[in-house]
Design a protein around this ligand. Structure first.
Ligand code: 6PG
Length: 242
């Protein structure tokens, strides 16, 4: 079954549409689950989503049930503008009534290998596993870089996707920045995987991946194949090469 692709005019429209669907999905999950485990993506794309959730859904979401994790985090202090947690906290978490104990940030300020081990334990403790013992998030949000990376699994380290571990230490190919990332088995175990991809810088690679053009397997994003196919929420710029 092919991925589901939902295209919108621009990033604000993607954020608005996805926010509405996310709220609905969470309310559906809340009918049968006491704790809903969501792994957030980082980078700039989800910031508009966080703004919409903060401004329009702060009273609608059942924050008591929602536990937030990060699919990847830069190894920086939480108050760094580079911090995925820091930005989500500034825009959203500090604006809604989510209990502090429901927020499971990656300690970007810690030694990377130690933090990958610690965060793996946090995920194992908080997120129920599937039949193969892999923690199964209810929702994993992902972005995609213009090089086809997702979470912090970059093409030059694509083998991290296949790691037996739950978390790995990754290295940004240009900056050398260390990152903590969940691995492919955790991504593909998730019940719902949602990509938010916008901007024309992603268009060429996104088209290669979705149209399975020759060499598409070089991109980590192409390896995201959960049981229920991922849904791609994209804007017209990102869709412009399809
Ligand atoms: C990160 C992300 C990363 C991001 C893509 C797209 O920490 O940077 O998790 O995978 O989703 O790089 O980033 P933009 O949304 O900034 O284009």
């Amino acid at each position: 079954m092919k991925q589901i692709i939902k295209s919108y005019p621009d990033n604000p429209a993607v954020a608005s549409a996805f926010a509405k669907e996310l709220v609905h999905l969470v309310s559906e999950l809340a009918k049968s689950k006491q704790q809903i485990n969501i792994a957030l993506s980082g980078g700039s794309t989800p910031k508009l989503l966080f703004e919409v959730l903060s401004k329009e859904y702060s009273e609608t979401m059942d924050w008591e049930r929602i536990h937030l994790f990060w699919g990847d985090e830069r190894c920086v202090k939480p108050d760094s503008p580079e911090s995925n947690f820091g930005e989500a906290d500034r825009i959203l978490l500090s604006q809604v009534d989510i209990p502090a104990e429901n927020i499971h940030r990656v300690h970007g300020e810690s030694e990377p290998a130690d933090e990958a081990t610690r965060y793996e334990q946090v995920i194992k403790q908080q997120v129920p596993s599937n039949e193969s013992g892999t923690p199964r998030f209810d929702i994993v949000l992902l972005g995609m870089g213009s090089d086809g990376h997702t979470a912090s699994i970059f093409p030059h380290e694509i083998d991290l996707f296949h790691s037996e571990n739950i978390c790995e230490v990754a290295t940004h190919p240009e900056s050398g920045q260390k990152r903590i990332t969940i691995t492919g088995k955790v991504i593909n175990a998730a019940t719902n995987v949602c990509f938010l991809i916008t901007g024309d810088s992603k268009a060429e690679v996104l088209a290669e991946i979705l149209d399975e053009k020759p060499g598409f397997e070089q991109y980590p994003t192409s390896l995201v194949k959960p049981n229920i196919p991922a849904t791609f929420y994209i804007d017209e710029s990102a869709a412009s090469a399809m």
